[in-house]
Design a binder for this molecule. Structure first.
Ligand SMILES: Cc1cc2nc3c(=O)[nH]c(=O)nc-3n(C[C@H](O)[C@H](O)[C@H](O)COP(=O)(O)OP(=O)(O)OC[C@H]3O[C@@H](n4cnc5c(N)ncnc54)[C@H](O)[C@@H]3O)c2cc1C
Length: 385
């Protein structure tokens, strides 16, 4: 067994790293403090040109066909510089992948190239509702068949990229009489469709450059052809796609954690107290050792999940393990980093407080880590039944 990236994967990693250092890192702190997202949207376009919006998508639809491992390493490099940009890229990839997985030939041709090329700044994944977060099968948004169209009603909450998304993948109940989770279908709704309203934007703790909005459907009429996959089979699709998305979020968490540890270690190597560098104190050395070791373990879990998905093996348990472990390691790394900087770590003169705020959501979105633990335990217990 030899754990090494291929030459192509290394090239994607170094391309993402170089771009992140040159274009994302210099503006990340400013984006965190500003309402102007135009610099991030410009960078999304450049990332699309470099092929980062469809890393695991067929070249037939404008994707890079680089695979899931490349997706993971790219997400980590982008998140090392700007977590807001990284989450947008992760969700865009997820939206492109779900259309590739279950869309009709026409839907794939109509939407995936626009996401991959940057013609659409973003795609949105609209699943969560106020009463249906960890339990999305409890959603109440509906779509009814009105002859030659579907009519959507209801609202979604916390939808990433909604104000600048070109297309929304939306889940709604199509058979109210069906058992829970069995009567949900998946639809593609274009931005600008009458009755699709992008509502209130959340004021968040971190990841400020990524918009998170309510999305309301009010008698939103879409063509009959806008359904994706089989009717009433949408919930199964959402569950499957979220498993892949978790590799993205774990990789994003890893990137933030590494950025925090690098910043803190650089600082500690320079800072003196009691007449010596603080890196001479074992207490500080242990923080460095523990932080990097946990992040390396996270990386290996992520690589395993990505490898399994890329090679067509089952990966739901591994993706949940990787997401859970990586995002918790990232949060711990961020708090260690603040500790290593002492009082300076708590100020905005250094980036570690931003990293800690940006990392915090990673244990919550795309399935809280409590839900990841339920998935992991359920998969393990199957072998003990
Ligand atoms: C910034 C941001 C971006 C997001 N982006 C998107 C997006 O693009 N698209 C989208 O559809 N959603 C998105 N979400 C929604 C996100 O996925 C949900 O917030 C998340 O799944 C949790 O749902 P909830 O907030 O309703 O919490 P709840 O489900 O109410 O959970 C509250 C607490 O209860 C715990 N809990 C719930 N059920 C169980 C259980 N069975 N066992 C143990 N503990 C449990 C949870 O772990 C949590 O600690 C985003 C959220 C945020 C904040």
């Amino acid at each position: 067994m030899y754990l090494e990236l291929s030459e192509e994967q290394k090239l994607i990693q170094s391309t993402a790293r170089d771009f992140a250092k040159a274009e994302l890192e210099p503006i990340a702190a400013k984006l965190d403090q500003s309402d102007d997202r135009s610099p991030m949207l410009a960078n999304l376009n450049k990332l699309a040109e470099l092929g980062f919006m469809g890393l695991n998508v067929s070249s037939e639809y404008g994707g890079s066909e680089a695979g899931v491992i490349s997706f993971s390493v790219a997400m980590t490099e982008i998140a090392r510089a700007c977590a807001s940009t990284a989450v947008t890229v992760s969700v865009n990839n997820m939206v492109a992948e779900v259309i590739q997985a279950i869309g009709s030939a026409e839907q794939k041709q109509a939407y995936i190239p626009k996401i991959c090329s940057g013609e659409f700044a973003a795609g949105s994944f609209a699943l969560t509702e106020t009463g249906a977060g960890s339990d999305p099968a409890g959603m109440t948004s509906t779509a009814f068949d009105d002859g030659d169209s579907w009519v959507l009603n209801g609202s979604k909450i916390f939808i990433t990229s909604a104000p600048y998304a070109g297309v929304f993948v939306v889940w709604a109940v199509t058979d109210k009489a069906a058992a829970k989770g069995k009567g949900i279908s998946c639809f593609l709704v274009e931005a600008g469709t009458p009755g699709l309203i992008v509502g209130k934007e959340e004021k968040k703790m971190g990841q400020h450059a990524s918009a998170t909005n309510e999305v309301i459907f009010s008698d939103c009429r879409i063509p009959k052809s806008a359904i994706m996959g089989k009717p009433n089979d949408g919930f199964r699709v959402a569950v499957a796609e979220l498993a892949g998305g978790r590799i993205g979020i774990g990789s994003l968490g890893l990137g933030i954690g590494l950025a925090a540890m690098d910043a803190a270690t650089r600082y500690a190597a320079d800072r003196s107290q009691f007449g010596q560098k603080i890196t001479g104190f074992q207490a500080v050395q242990w923080m460095i050792a523990d932080g990097y070791t946990e992040l390396e373990a996270a990386r290996l879990l992520l690589m395993q999940a990505a490898f399994r998905k890329e090679t067509g093996r089952s990966f739901a348990k591994e993706a949940s393990m990787a997401k859970m472990f990586a995002t918790e390691a990232a949060n711990k790394a961020c708090y260690k980093s603040i500790q290593m900087l002492g009082g300076y770590g708590y100020t905005q003169d250094f980036p570690v407080e931003r990293y800690a705020r940006d990392a915090r959501i990673t244990t919550i979105y795309e399935g809280t880590n409590e839900i990841q633990r339920l998935i992991i335990a359920r998969e393990i217990l199957k072998n003990f039944a």
